[in-house]
Design a protein around this ligand. Structure first.
Ligand code: G3P
Ligand code: CA
Length: 270
């Protein structure tokens, strides 16, 4: 199988080095089992646990601000249905209005002060040494490239998407940035040679695959092609240990504290 030049970035070298002691624990939407997902309290809590890498979801408001929210609709994780009306979408609201919504009470009343954070606020909560795994859910490639450059955080960020065209466009705009593709997707239901080749053509240095759709031979093939491998989303011990046995480099979890404890047992890879 032929590939274009292998995408390289010091973050992927760092992940591979860290993975020698077991898959890097990635806090999925922050410490989302104990805090409202994708909020500053969730990211601060995960950072306080010693989590190195945090995953979160990003969209763009009507007036162009990159904010952290998973669903396109505000209904599940905010009080928008009361304050704005049911069915409001992140992309239809200006930041000034969106920033006033309560993004914590749905999880627990004690978190009523939590707001939908901007990308800037999330990166601050993760800390300057933390690795941001930024999932594109909405917004233009240029907005991401410009924001990371303006915030001085391109060196510690990986931008990922299920939309591989978006990843390729980011690579075109700034080939030095670290990128990852998420899968499976409809045209790549498994991480086979064709998927690996396209991931590399997009400029990805990492594939981020659903754990139960991944086999050990595919992890080896991705590694042989120069790609790091991350998986989503594992909250049980057997899953983490299975990922370690397959030799994956990083694993997303909603229970980072538990996974850090398992990692401290130094599970070995392939
Ligand atoms: O980053 C992987 C995972 O977060 C993708 O699924 O729906 O949780 O954003 P989702
Ligand atoms: Ca996500």
């Amino acid at each position: 199988m032929e590939h274009d030049t292998a995408p390289s970035h010091q973050l992927f070298d760092e992940l591979r080095a860290l993975a020698a002691a077991g898959p890097v624990v990635v806090a999925h939407r922050g410490a989302s089992c104990s805090h409202p997902e994708n909020t500053v309290p969730a990211f601060a809590a995960a950072a306080a646990l010693g989590v190195v890498m945090q995953e979160f979801d990003v969209q763009q408001t009507r007036d162009g601000v990159l904010v952290c929210c998973h669903d396109v609709s505000l209904d599940r994780t905010t009080d928008a249905s009361e304050k704005i009306g049911p069915g409001a979408l992140v992309a239809q609201i200006d930041y000034a209005e969106l920033g006033r919504l309560d993004a914590g009470s749905w999880f627990r009343p004690a978190f009523a002060a939590a707001r939908i954070p901007t990308l800037d606020e999330v990166l601050t909560a993760i800390g300057e040494h933390g690795i941001a795994l930024i999932e594109h859910k909405g917004g233009e490639p240029a907005s991401y490239v410009e924001a990371l450059r303006r915030l001085g955080r391109a060196e510690r960020s990986i931008v990922q998407s299920f939309d591989w065209t978006f990843v390729a466009a980011c690579h075109e705009l700034e080939p030095r940035n670290a990128l990852a593709v998420l899968g499976p997707i409809p045209r790549h239901d498994s991480l086979d040679d064709a998927a690996i080749a396209e991931a590399r053509r997009c400029g990805a240095g990492m594939v981020h695959w659903r754990l139960d759709a991944l086999r050990v031979e595919q992890v080896r093939a991705a590694h042989a092609a120069g790609l790091a491998v991350c998986t989503y989303t594992t909250d049980d011990d057997a899953g983490y240990l299975g990922g370690a046995a397959m030799g994956v480099d990083a694993m997303c979890t909603n229970v980072p504290e538990r996974m850090l404890m398992l990692r401290a047992m130094k599970p070995t890879g392939q």
